[in-house]
Design a protein around this ligand. Structure first.
Ligand code: TYD
Ligand code: MG
Length: 473
């Protein structure tokens, strides 16, 4: 009965024909019933004009806004998502909470657990306050068994925790081996694509990413999400490192709490909540997580140590970057850390990877070195080069807006800022030594004095030509 329209999809339940792929049949509302009639003659690939293939597949929200943001608005029928992270970081917790949201949004889901028994999953779900009566789950590790259960259940979303426990029994290899991971993932993906079922594969990775598993899958799945965080701390970041159906710009911020992962609505406020004021070695850095501005505290501690090899310890900050900053501070700003232990860290459990944090960490180090505090209403950003020069960084305006929103009064920034939010005094600097002089040398320009007054959109340039007002060469 189905007209054999080119590129059409037919509901296997009611025979409804649609020109576009559907996750849920628009006619009879059945899930995962879209099938593709034989589209091409043997030996010939179906050729179409691209406009008929524009991907307008309906995207469905998962009901968890923080996850949707990272996915790009929700899941797409047939989409395959790899959720990767270190063991113990919270992947199983996240998928269980996600299933709860999906079920709440009316989507049939199926959880395949290969790592934990159904009893363990149920216990955890109860602790998370999930209505276990609504969660469909099976403990299985054989690919064929999983596919049979999925065929019978016809879920809109299939979750497999984890891909390392699944084995295609026709292969003579144990679960978790590279071949097994690849082949069983391929089998699950075929099911997902031909049934318009969204598939979420959980995969473990180690810190160096060396474990054979998920890395080998990254290029075949549609979307790779990573869940990261310092395991000792409670902050967790969900990032898309690959996304065929959306951007890789967004970051979800969570804390692991007593009842699972909680979305953090205002990360800056959370990260700065425990800040000590007036302490040397602390500088606030307006960072960017994807497109999202997040204020965090750069901390440094310097302690005397006469041993030939004093310690250099970095937490949540790259240790090579720390070595570079110490070199620049010594050679370009006259601050030597010889015979001193140096510790730096990003407070709050978020790691900082942006070069934009250089100036904040360098000032925190100079502040600890001088044992003098940077005023607590100051934010600092800018990349520091080997010559001590301060370079521009992306997203300045967003960083400044966030600082203004949280009540900061002064920003030390690279030169060339275009727009300045109200209520923020901007001090532009082109060199690390001048930024340091601003705070830790007595005889700095009185005009640059950091007063308590709030100036609206005032901009000061701290650079040789600019401050002297000399004409261009
Ligand atoms: P889990 O989701 O099992 O990690 P993964 O699947 O990535 O290996 O989470 C493990 C940790 O999370 C565990 O050590 C305990 C902690 N946790 C909480 O702090 N609160 C909770 O509500 C839950 C469920 C777990
Ligand atoms: Mg787990």
């Amino acid at each position: 009965m189905a007209t054999k329209a080119v590129g059409s999809h037919v509901c296997s339940d009611c025979g409804h024909v649609a020109h576009r792929w559907f996750g849920r049949c628009p006619a009879c509302s059945a899930w995962s019933t879209a099938t593709t009639p034989e589209a091409a003659e043997a030996g010939e690939a179906l050729v179409v004009s691209l406009d008929s293939s524009v991907d307008t597949a309906e995207r469905f929200p998962t009901g968890a806004p923080e996850v949707d943001r990272v996915l790009g608005g929700g899941l797409v029928p047939g989409e395959v998502v790899l959720l990767a992270g270190e063991p113990g970081i919270g992947k199983s917790t996240l998928v269980l909470q996600l299933i709860d949201s999906l079920v709440g949004a009316g989507l049939p889901t199926l959880l395949i657990t290969g790592e934990e028994s159904l009893g363990q999953v149920a216990l955890r779900a109860e602790r998370l306050g999930i209505d276990t009566g609504k969660v469909r789950a099976a403990a299985a590790s054989s690919l064929d068994t999983i596919l049979a259960s999925a065929r019978a259940e016809r879920p809109g979303v299939l979750v497999v925790d984890s891909i390392q426990t699944v084995a295609d029994e026709s292969l003579d290899q144990s679960a978790g081996s590279p071949t097994q991971v690849r082949e069983s993932a391929a089998g699950l993906m075929r099911f997902a694509k031909s049934n318009a079922t969204a598939l979420i594969l959980v995969g473990h990775v180690t810190k160096d990413g060396s474990v054979a598993g998920p890395k080998t899958l990254e290029h075949i799945v549609d979307c790779v999400l990573t869940l990261e965080g310092e395991r000792s701390g409670s902050v967790r970041l969900l990032r898309a490192v690959k996304n065929r159906f959306g951007s890789c710009e967004e970051t979800g911020v969570f804390v692991m709490a007593e009842h699972g992962l909680e979305a953090v609505v205002d990360p800056s406020a959370m990260l700065l909540a425990d800040r000590c004021h007036g302490v040397a070695g602390s500088v606030v850095f307006p960072g960017l997580e994807g497109t999202r501005p997040v204020l965090m505290e750069a901390q440094a501690l310097v302690a005397e140590n006469k041993s030939p090899q004093p310690r250099r310890v970095a937490h949540g900050f790259d240790s090579k970057r720390l070595a570079l900053l110490l070199g620049v501070l010594q050679q370009r700003a006259g601050r030597s850390f010889v015979e001193r232990d140096v510790f730096v860290g990003a407070a709050g459990g978020l790691a900082v990877r942006e070069p934009a944090a250089d100036l904040a960490f360098a000032l925190a180090l100079a502040s600890a070195h001088a044992d003098r505090a940077v005023p607590s209403d100051v934010v600092v950003f800018g990349e520091v080069g080997l010559g001590g020069e301060v370079r521009r960084v992306p997203g300045s305006e967003r960083r400044l807006m966030e600082a203004a929103r949280l009540g900061f009064r002064t920003a030390i920034v690279p030169r060339g800022q275009e727009r300045v939010p109200r209520g923020l005094k901007i001090i532009e600097t082109d060199h690390l030594s001048r930024a340091i002089a601003l705070f830790f040398e007595a005889e700095h320009d009185p005009d640059l004095h950091l007063s308590e007054s709030s100036e609206i959109g005032r901009m000061v340039s701290l650079g040789a030509e600019a401050s002297a007002g000399s004409p261009p060469r």
